[in-house]
Design a protein around this ligand. Structure first.
Ligand code: GLC
Length: 792
């Protein structure tokens, strides 16, 4: 059923009329249903309610959203008196037609009267939230950050195929990734609701009924997880624990990536490498889009254009550049094509209801699809996948068209588990399970390496296997602007490693747009320029020398900040904190509830990029140069304005202006930013000499910096150190004390102080008791296009 835009009306649901207790559960009965409710305490901050509806014939929970070790919880008995489940985090009162959740931290979430009901296999949880002022998360979304007033569909689609008007619009829904997770902000704090059901869901956030949050499922049984706050950080961390915090990516994957649909020949890849070198731009990976294949047959190469891919990829790697290929799930239906024949023989393709292999229409024409829901298909896939990666000396894989995209062939005819399971149970998980199978293949190839995968589609928990890019955007200002809230909300939904196609995918970009896109995007967790076939060439050197210099500056700044960024990813692995965050994350205030044209990277860097065309917004001419103006909301405290090179007070909104060379960036008082000031060698970075860029006005500075080998999986066995870095100013000097502890070799990183915006010209750095005192000299460090004066 395609109902984009159409709603389930709450009046069409029947409500319970009777309530009884049965074996530790509560049973709600009505004329057309009987629903059994059980409760489990999953962790002290996470409670699960399970609803078993008599109209849902298939009782299996098909979701792979929750990490395996948290799927079973401590069963919570029904209390005496009013039927209530009491856990460490909350008391849940169940009525025949209503639910009341009282969190021990003071928050209350109650359904409306008659707000809890069923219509056949459909379910409704209609929460009355009149005092809620913000709704966040929801996975990958267009539009704005705060979803108040929106209706959100959870059904992965190939966006351009379903919404061909994306050129004009930035408000289509759904997109490629379904993560049914809502974060609710009220005056009393935050709470998270995760509806763990891979079937199609609709969350209505006050669109049809203002002041209500309606969670609806179209089929399947529901597990409703309640994630306690009270802070946004608590909720996000709890959800990340439940669905899995991502492993730390390989360092190279945090660099700059270059892609285009249309790169075809070995000569083109060699020319790209040469150009990056010639134009002094580091690049960590070059990407092969579908043209590398032999007529779009998966796991093949076009041997005319790319006679020896392994040789080419090794050559790239020797220059520090990794190679990543696209891999689509669809297998060309063709007798004699070994992958098709092997899949047919193994019986691993998805089936129709009548038991035939389901056929779709994708790049190679008629296409069949591995049934990633079965272990047999995942193993089959992993075998071919691993061989392909190994033979071609590839470093990573880009998983695409896994929404799944089936062309004009009706997707819902595709069934799973040998045709026994209807489409809906796995639709939203197709990309997720493809990523899981691919991840397993890469793990098998090298048990000590960190796989790098990028996927278009996903579900809750996909970050356990893959990074996500936000699909086919458009080279226009609306899509640039929209990329910020989209990346923020995905980050709050567990997927820290994500980002858009920089420069825009569809359509032609221009000098101004691409400059602003690089300036806004150079600290996004995932940073790749990609465009579709037949658009204007989009590599950094195609827009004239001035534009090239600006783009180069942005990319260089990313590489300089690589220790900081990498550390954010390490911290995400330990805590679940997103890398790119809304201001609300660190500074809770109604002033930031809707703010989504500024963001924090980690907890120190505030970026307020220009995301409007010069002739659309406000601008001033100063010294003959047009400078664009924008408002920047600064949280309380002091902020170091990198362009002005001075401290400015926060707790207010300032008007900022920036010419085309500039991007407004502010550093929070009390920050230490690890910075790499060495020579770039593309993706090969050795971060053994790190500058500690120290920003102290009124707050002492601190940073936990993680040290390990940055490429293997040994850190997962505890082989990493935490350098607790603390800095303060006193008696005219800056004192930095580093206590490095852990199970990794100590002293592998050498730190040097760099002081911003303060008088001290002497620094004392004490690393594990060894003290060095230095007179500092005036120097500069570059941030995007600005040389900032420092003491180093
Ligand atoms: C899809 C992808 C896009 C890719 C294209 C060709 O549209 O989203 O990134 O370039 O397919 O493979």
């Amino acid at each position: 059923m395609m109902l984009f835009g159409q709603k389930l009306h709450p009046r069409n649901f029947e409500h319970g009329s009777r309530l009884s207790r049965r074996n530790g559960s509560i049973e709600v009965t009505a004329r057309t249903f009987k629903v059994r409710i059980t409760c489990d305490e999953i962790t002290p901050a996470c409670t699960r309610l399970r609803f078993d509806n008599s109209n849902v014939a298939d009782k299996r929970n098909y979701s792979d959203g929750v990490v395996e070790n948290l799927r079973a919880g401590k069963s919570v008995p029904v209390g005496k008196g009013t039927p209530t489940f009491s856990t460490s985090a909350c008391d849940i009162e169940v009525g025949a037609s209503r639910l009341g959740i009282r969190l021990k931290n003071g928050m209350v979430l109650e359904t409306a009267e008659d707000g809890f009901g069923f219509n056949g296999a459909q379910s409704l949880f209609n929460f009355s939230v009149p005092d809620a002022s913000g709704f966040y998360g929801f996975g990958e979304r267009t539009k704005r950050f705060n979803k108040t007033g929106d209706s959100l569909d959870f059904y992965n689609v190939d966006v351009c195929a379903v919404f061909p008007h994306t050129f004009q619009r930035d408000d289509y829904d759904p997109a490629y990734v379904a993560i049914p997770f809502a974060i609710v902000r009220t005056g009393a704090g935050y709470v998270g609701l995760y509806l763990d059901n891979p079937e199609r869901l609709v969350f209505d956030v006050g669109h049809i009924q203002p002041g209500h949050l309606m969670l609806q499922s179209l089929a399947g049984n529901n597990d409703l997880y309640i994630l306690s706050g009270p802070t946004l950080r608590d909720v996000v961390r709890n959800f990340a624990t439940l669905t899995g915090r991502a492993d730390v990516p390989p360092l190279w994957s945090l660099g700059y990536h270059q892609c285009r649909w249309g790169y075809k020949t070995a000569a083109e890849f060699r020319a790209l490498r040469e150009n990056f070198e010639k134009f002094d731009i580091p690049v960590s990976a070059l990407w092969f889009d579908i043209d590398y294949m032999d007529e779009y047959r998966v796991f093949t190469w076009d041997r005319v254009d790319l006679p020896d891919p392994a040789k080419l990829n090794r050559e790239l790697k020797s220059a520090g550049i990794r190679a990543v290929t696209i891999v689509d799930p669809g297998v060309k239906l063709e007798q004699g094509y070994p992958i098709y024949e092997s899949g047919t023989k193994s019986g691993i393709f998805c089936k129709t209801a009548s038991g035939r292999d389901y056929v779709g229409r994708v790049w190679p024409g008629d296409t069949v699809f591995p049934d990633f829901a079965t272990k047999a298909a995942r193993d089959w896939w992993a075998g071919h996948f691993a061989k392909f990666i190994k033979d071609a000396a590839l470093d990573g894989v880009w998983l695409d068209m896994n929404d799944p995209a089936t062309g004009w062939s009706a997707t819902e005819d595709m069934r799973f588990e040998c045709g026994t399971v209807a489409h809906g149970a796995y639709h939203n998980q197709y990309g997720h399970l493809m990523a899981k199978a691919s991840w397993q293949a890469l793990r098998k190839l090298d048990r000590n390496a960190r796989p790098f995968l990028l996927t278009r589609s996903g579900f809750a928990g996909t970050q356990r296997y893959s990074a996500i890019w936000t699909g086919d955007n458009v080279s226009n200002w609306e899509h640039l602007r929209m990329s910020i809230p989209c990346t923020i909300n995905l980050g709050l939904s567990g997927v820290a490693f994500n980002g858009p196609d920089v420069g825009g995918f569809c359509g032609h970009t221009d000098e101004e747009l691409i400059t602003r896109w690089y300036q806004a995007g150079f600290l996004f967790p995932f940073f790749r320029n990609h465009t579709t076939a037949h658009t204007k060439e989009q590599e950094p050197w195609n827009f004239g020398p001035q534009c090239l210099a600006r783009i180069r500056d942005a990319i260089h700044t990313r590489y300089r900040l690589m220790p900081y960024l990498y550390n954010c990813f390490f911290a995400h692995h330990l805590t679940g904190d997103p890398v790119l965050r809304p201001l609300l994350y660190d500074f809770d205030s109604p002033a930031f509830e809707n703010l989504d044209d500024e963001f924090m990277v980690g907890d120190s860097i505030l970026m307020a990029p220009i995301v409007e065309r010069a002739d659309a917004g406000r601008s001033v001419v100063m010294h003959g140069v047009r400078r664009q103006q924008r408002h920047v909301a600064l949280p309380d405290g002091w902020w170091f304005d990198l362009r002005a090179g001075e401290w400015i007070p926060g707790g207010r909104t300032i008007l900022c202006s920036a010419c085309l060379d500039e991007v407004p960036i502010f550093i929070r008082d009390g920050s230490i930013i690890p910075y790499f000031n060495g020579k770039f060698r593309n993706g090969d970075m050795t971060l053994t000499k790190i500058e500690l860029h120290t920003f102290i006005k009124e707050r002492d500075a601190q940073l936990d910096y993680y040290i390990e080998d940055q490429k293997t999986r040994q850190y997962l066995k505890g082989s990493y150190n935490t350098a607790r870095i603390r800095a303060g100013n006193a008696d005219g000097e800056t004192r930095i004390v580093i206590d490095e502890e852990g199970r990794y070799a100590t002293g592998t990183v050498e730190f040097a102080p760099v002081i911003y915006g303060s008088e001290p010209s002497r620094a004392v750095l004490e690393h594990n008791g060894v003290r060095r005192s230095r007179r500092l000299q005036n120097s500069t460090r570059r941030w995007v296009s600005t040389d900032v004066s420092v003491q180093a």
